[in-house]
Design a protein around this ligand. Structure first.
Ligand SMILES: Nc1ncnc2c1ncn2[C@@H]1O[C@H](COP(=O)(O)OP(=O)(O)OP(=O)(O)O)[C@@H](O)[C@H]1O
Ligand SMILES: [Mg+2]
Length: 478
């Protein structure tokens, strides 16, 4: 946080300062984290009291104070803390974040969007850039109209790089975020079918993601996936220098000679023009290569040397949970928990990784529902079942409401027939857990994946708990 007096926050937001209890400093210095969750408040914090769908943040001002918050941003006076009172807390929050980024004119803002892989790529970019200068990136997947200003408020006067994952659920969302902090570098990873239910079509998703590159400055960089036609078409919609990444001829940053080890980790030659460097990733799945190329493009654009970029990439480990998290149980079962979220593209990526990890081992794909697919849902689930069987999955377990088409697609593709591939549908996570506990054998590799709301990540955690705590462990954990 760049320290500010409450009176300055009032000036920035156009609000009015109201005193809190008699003992409070009337114009406190806010030099702790800006928070929207009172439980995250710390000494010096500014607590932003949002009114959400479920709760009114004004109820938690006292809680924020007890954690050390010195002031609040509110839409009505509160007795517990001095506050800046504004008509619209969200607008004021955004104005504050915007003002803070302007107080560090040297910071390079990097925006990342795409249908899949934003968080993983953001984590990776943080790992690489942090070696080159002070870097702030969003925590987890905080990529919305709340997460982005929260992240921006974490910059200091010496922050060199601000990495912002930018989510989009409709037209104008990314533009809203870029107006808070205008990126100099915009990365578009891919345009898939994630959230197609909300957008209507892949083209509409493409238009929404293009908002990231449309206002980049002429001195900036648009890092675009040259292998994704919808993304590559954005090259014509920006004044910035375009850096293509991928395997296509238009790509300036490429991966050559990709190979996967028995854990599905990619090694390849990273090429930038005539320069090359060897990279061996610790991240699982071939799909990481495209994300890594985008990271390399950004790092090279800000002046890092290719060799340093390659070293940093090779040392990077997953930072956010439930994304291709690979655990080896001591009974010889491997659990791949990729259940942070799911859409057809990330399902394909994960199933390919599972197949790369098989090496003659029995593979299980335990798949829950992909949400937000709108009218394409049933067809996409059926296609998923077919795909899993075509990619050689030994045992498919479709879990929960909405996944019956996965099972029927798998059967249509031959599961349960003369081959040794099988498919089962179970009603819920408990049933899936029971089935797996009864049938998993040493050497098996198990992929667990679903949309966030379908909750299979907890199943993945329970499968680990089983092993650590013995046979009754899962009851303890669940
Ligand atoms: N380039 C890619 N293509 C397909 N799937 C990918 C790619 N990169 C990552 N994934 C997979 O997509 C899933 C989501 O990854 P991640 O959380 O990084 O995406 P995200 O874009 O941040 O998602 P969200 O929109 O929920 O924030 C994970 O299962 C991950 O393994
Ligand atoms: Mg994310």
């Amino acid at each position: 946080m760049i320290p500010l007096r409450l009176s300055e926050i009032a000036r920035i937001t156009g609000g009015e300062v109201h005193g809190g209890l008699g003992d409070a400093e009337p114009d406190p210095l806010v030099d702790g984290p800006v928070v929207t969750d009172s439980r995250e408040a710390a000494p010096g914090s500014l607590y932003v009291a949002r009114i959400g769908d479920e709760a009114d943040g004004h109820q938690f001002v006292a809680a924020a104070r007890s954690q050390g918050a010195v002031a609040a941003l509110t839409s009505r006076p509160v007795p517990e803390l001095p506050s800046v009172v504004v008509p619209d807390v969200q607008a004021a929050f955004v104005a504050l974040a915007h003002a803070l980024v302007e107080r560090n004119p040297k910071v390079v803002v990097i925006g990342i969007t795409g249908s899949s892989g934003k968080t993983g790529t953001k984590d990776l970019l943080w790992s690489v850039l942090a070696r080159h200068g002070e870097t702030v990136a969003n925590v987890g997947s905080l990529n919305s109209e709340v997460g982005v200003p929260l992240t921006i408020c974490r910059i200091t006067p010496t922050t060199a790089y601000l990495v912002l994952e930018m989510g989009s659920r409709g037209a104008g969302h990314i533009e809203y975020l870029t107006r808070i902090a205008q990126p100099q570098i915009g990365v578009v990873l891919n345009v898939g079918t994630a959230h197609v239910g909300e957008f209507g079509s892949r083209e509409a998703i493409g238009r929404a993601k293009a908002e990231l590159v449309q206002d980049l400055p002429a001195t900036g960089f648009a890092v675009l996936n040259a292998d994704d036609p919808v993304v590559w078409a954005m090259a014509g919609q920006t004044r910035a220098h375009v850096i293509g990444v991928g395997e296509s001829p238009g790509a300036a940053i490429r991966a050559l000679d990709i190979s996967l080890d028995e854990q599905g980790r990619a090694s390849f030659t990273l090429a930038s023009g005539q320069d090359t460097a060897a990279v061996a990733l610790q991240l699982h799945g071939e799909h990481q290569v495209g994300n890594v190329l985008a990271v390399a493009a950004v790092a090279l654009a800000v002046g890092m040397a290719l060799g340093d970029v390659a070293t940093a990439l090779g040392e990077a480990r997953p930072l956010s949970r439930w994304r291709m998290e690979v655990h080896e149980r001591t009974d010889g079962v491997t659990i791949v928990n990729d259940a942070y979220n799911a859409n057809p593209d990330s399902m394909l990526a994960a199933l390919k990784a599972l197949s790369a990890m098989s090496h003659g081992r029995r593979t299980w794909a335990v798949l829950g529902e992909m949400r937000e697919l709108g009218h394409e849902s049933a067809g996409e689930h059926e296609a998923l079942g077919r795909l899993a069987i075509r990619l050689g999955v030994s045992r498919l377990v479709a879990v929960g409401e909405g996944t019956q088409p996965v099972d029927s697609g798998a059967r249509d593709e031959g599961a349960g027939g003369p081959g040794d591939q099988e498919s089962t549908w179970v009603a819920d996570i408990d049933a899936a857990h029971e089935l797996l506990r009864a049938h998993l054998a040493p050497g098996d590799v198990v992929l667990v994946k679903s949309s966030r709301d379908a909750g299979l990540r907890l199943l993945g955690d329970r499968l680990l708990g089983d092993h650590l705590l013995g046979d009754t462990g899962s009851e303890v954990l669940s």
